[in-house]
Design a protein around this ligand. Structure first.
Ligand code: ADP
Ligand code: MG
Length: 248
């Protein structure tokens, strides 16, 4: 589905971080959001997901014909919004298998009449696809996972939940090239059809594997530049200083 953000202002109670963001990702497209550290990329991801720590003071967020603006985080997730976290949390006591089963059940609205054996088959094949050992099913969610394993786990969740729109917050950071390829493979699997995605990254590397339809650059809470994929090469060659200049 498409995601349409209109004049979004948000931040912490005492600090405005996003200063009027308008951005649209049409259904079926993958856009990249780039920008220097501290520009507000993760804040945007969190605000889109409905993180209660952040306060929205203006604007609207719509996914397809669903207005997300007033919805709670879990309602956005059920509607098919997915966020892959920059820093996935460890949840001791809950296994990967149980966590995903419950999440998938809620997302599909199949409470009570869930086909468990079908789910297990699906989970096993998604894990094979992500190059994850089946032993992860019985491990506690993210507990003791390496950085790369946590990021694969985020993408596994995404595949199982089959979202309408996914935001990936620096899922590429800290990954070696093999893990990066697998993460990209996961995104490319959902790509097309009605799935839309915003891939947040500081570096160009993941964009060699997930080719964005369009690129947006954020500086100090503003989108200062939007355009074709060529922007990525220009940022790689020239750094971020020249785009910082664009913010006056
Ligand atoms: P990016 O993801 O682009 O690196 P962030 O959205 O993480 O940027 O941060 C943008 C700015 O907002 C930074 O100055 C950061 O310190 C501040 N910020 C974001 N979230 C919080 C928070 N929960 N508490 C304090 N400051 C925050
Ligand atoms: Mg960030």
């Amino acid at each position: 589905m498409n995601l349409k953000i209109t004049n979004l202002k948000a931040g912490l109670p005492d600090k405005e971080i996003l200063k009027g963001i308008s951005l649209e990702v049409p259904s079926g497209e993958v856009h990249a959001l780039m920008g220097p550290n501290g520009s507000g990329k993760s804040t945007l991801a969190n605000v889109l997901a409905g993180h209660p720590q952040y306060e929205m003071t203006a604007g609207t967020i719509a996914m397809g014909n669903v207005d997300l603006t007033e919805l709670e985080a879990h309602e956005r997730a059920r509607a098919g919004f997915f966020l892959a976290f920059q820093y996935p949390v460890e949840v001791p006591g809950i296994t990967v298998g149980k966590f995903l089963k419950r999440a998938v059940e809620l997302r599909r609205g199949e409470e009570g009449k869930f086909n468990v054996s079908g789910y297990i088959t699906e989970l096993r094949s998604a894990m094979d696809f992500m190059g994850m050992d089946q032993g992860f099913i019985n491990r506690y969610l993210n507990e003791g996972f390496s950085g790369g394993e946590k990021k694969r786990m985020e993408i596994l969740q995404m595949l199982m939940l089959n979202p309408n729109f996914a935001v990936l917050d620096e899922t590429d950071s800290g990954l070696d090239i093999d893990a990066l390829r697998i993460v990209a493979k996961g995104v490319n699997k959902l790509r097309g059809g009605k799935f839309g995605s915003l891939v947040i990254t500081h570096y160009q590397r993941i964009l060699d594997y997930v080719k964005p339809d369009k690129v947006h650059v954020m500086v100090e809470g503003h989108i200062v530049l939007s355009g074709g994929p060529d922007i990525v090469n220009e940022l790689e060659a020239r750094g971020y200083d020249w785009v910082k200049e664009m913010k006056k």
